[in-house]
Design a protein around this ligand. Structure first.
Ligand code: ATP
Length: 328
C-alpha cells in the first residue's frame, strides 16, 4: 500500500453510540497491522484544540470491543466552529506529526471535518456513529442495530405490564427526524400503530385503528411514536387525545430516553465497527480523503462527505405495509 501517511489520529464526536469503542479498536489495530502509528484524541474536536492526545497501540484497545460508549469520550465543541479553533487544532496535529484523521460521529462532526479539510487540506475520513441511522450513504450506522435490540427488549417488557392490566401504552423512541428506529422496532415488537415523521397519516387513522382493535377484542396495545413524529402532538398530548376520544382505554406513556444509546454493542455493530475501521484506515493509506465509510448489500463503500451530510435517508415503505397487515 503506497502512502505518505505514517500516523493517524482517531476521535469520537457528537452523541455517543454503541460500537464506537469497537471502531476505535479497529482503527488502532489496522494502523498497527500496516505498521503506522495511531494517536487517540480525547473529547472530540475540543480535545483536538486543547491537545488532548494519547498514543495508542494494539494493546491499548484490549477489552473494549464489548463496551458501549466511547473510551475516548465525546464532546460538542463550539471552539471548533471558529476559524481560530480549527487553526489551533491544525497546529496540534502538526506538532504531534499526525497525517490524517478518522472522525467517528454524526453529520455535524462530518461537516466540521469537511470544513477542516477544505481549510488545511488535511486528510479526513468519517465513520457514521449514531443510533438514529439517519446518515445518507450507509444502510446502517454504528449503534443502530444495538439500539433496535434495546428498544424491542424494552417494549417487550412494557407489553407484559400492558397485557396484565389491559392498557394501551404510548412508547416514545429516539431517532430525531428519522423514523427508522420507530418503524423497525414497531414491527419487531408487534406494535398496533407506528407514528413516524416520514409518513404522517393523521390522528383520525390512529383512532380508527385503535377502535378497530378494541372492537376485535384486543385488550392491550402498544403505539410506538418516533420522537420526531409530525402529528403536531407530543407523546403525552397524543395519549390525552386518545383518552378523550376512546374512553374505553386505560392509557400510559413511556419515554424510553437515553437507555437507547447505552449498552454493549450487538454482534452486528461490533462486526460493522471492525469493518468500518479497516476500510477507513486503508482508504486513507490509499490516498483517499473527505469520504465517509458505509455499508450496503454487505459491502463496504465510500460516500463523499458532502453527500453523506446533505443526502436524506429513506424509510422502508414495505415495512409500513407489513405493519398494517400484522395488525389486522
Ligand atoms: P449527533 O448525530 O449525535 O448529533 P453530530 O456529529 O451530528 O452527532 P453535532 O453536535 O452536530 O453532532 O456536531 C459535533 C461537533 O462537530 C460540534 O460540536 C462541532 O464541534 C463540530 N461541527 C458541527 N458543525 C460544524 C460546522 N458547521 N463547522 C465546524 N464544526 C462543526
Amino acid at each position: 500500500m503506497s502512502t505518505e501517511i505514517s500516523k493517524i489520529g482517531v476521535l469520537t464526536s457528537g452523541g455517543d453510540s454503541p460500537g464506537m469503542n469497537a471502531a476505535i479498536r479497529s482503527v488502532v489495530r489496522t494502523c498497527a497491522f500496516h505498521k503506522i502509528d495511531c494517536v487517540g484524541i480525547y473529547r472530540g474536536y475540543q480535545g483536538l484544540i486543547e491537545g488532548d492526545f494519547k498514543e495508542l497501540n494494539a494493546r491499548s484497545v484490549k477489552n473494549i470491543i464489548n463496551r458501549g460508549g466511547t473510551f475516548l469520550k465525546s464532546a460538542r465543541s463550539d471552539d471548533f466552529r471558529t476559524k481560530e479553533g480549527r487553526e489551533k487544532a491544525y497546529q496540534n496535529l502538526l506538532e504531534h506529526e499526525v497525517d490524517a484523521l478518522v472522525i467517528i460521529g454524526g453529520d455535524g462532526s462530518f461537516t466540521g471535518g469537511m470544513i477542516f479539510n477544505e481549510e488545511f487540506g488535511f486528510p479526513v475520513i468519517g465513520i457514521p456513529g449514531t443510533i438514529d441511522n439517519d446518515i445518507f450513504g450507509t444502510k446502517s450506522t454504528l449503534g443502530y442495530d444495538t439500539a433496535l435490540n434495546t428498544v424491542v427488549e424494552a417494549i417487550d417488557r412494557i407489553r407484559d405490564t400492558a397485557s396484565s392490566h389491559n392498557r394501551l401504552f404510548f412508547v416514545e423512541v429516539m431517532g430525531r427526524d428519522a423514523g427508522h428506529i420507530a418503524l423497525n422496532t414497531g414491527v419487531g415488537a408487534g406494535a398496533e400503530e407506528i407514528l413516524i415523521p416520514e409518513e404522517n397519516l393523521g390522528l383520525e387513522r390512529m383512532l380508527e385503528s385503535l377502535e378497530r382493535s378494541e372492537a376485535s377484542g384486543k385488550t392491550s396495545s402498544i403505539v410506538v411514536v418516533a420522537e420526531g413524529d409530525k402529528s403536531g402532538k407530543n407523546v403525552f398530548e397524543l395519549a390525552e387525545y386518545v383518552e378523550e376520544n376512546l374512553p374505553g382505554y386505560d392509557i400510559r406513556v413511556s419515554v424510553l430516553g437515553h437507555i437507547q444509546r447505552g449498552g454493549a454493542p450487538s454482534c452486528y455493530d461490533r462486526v460493522l465497527a471492525s469493518r468500518m475501521g479497516v476500510k477507513a484506515v486503508e482508504s486513507l493509506l490509499e490516498g483517499k480523503s473527505n469520504y465517509m465509510v458505509g455499508i450496503n448489500n454487505d459491502e463496504m463503500l465510500l460516500t463523499p462527505l458532502d453527500k453523506a451530510v446533505k443526502g436524506k435517508t429513506e424509510i422502508n415503505k414495505e415495512l409500513l405495509r407489513v405493519s398494517d397487515i400484522m395488525t389486522t
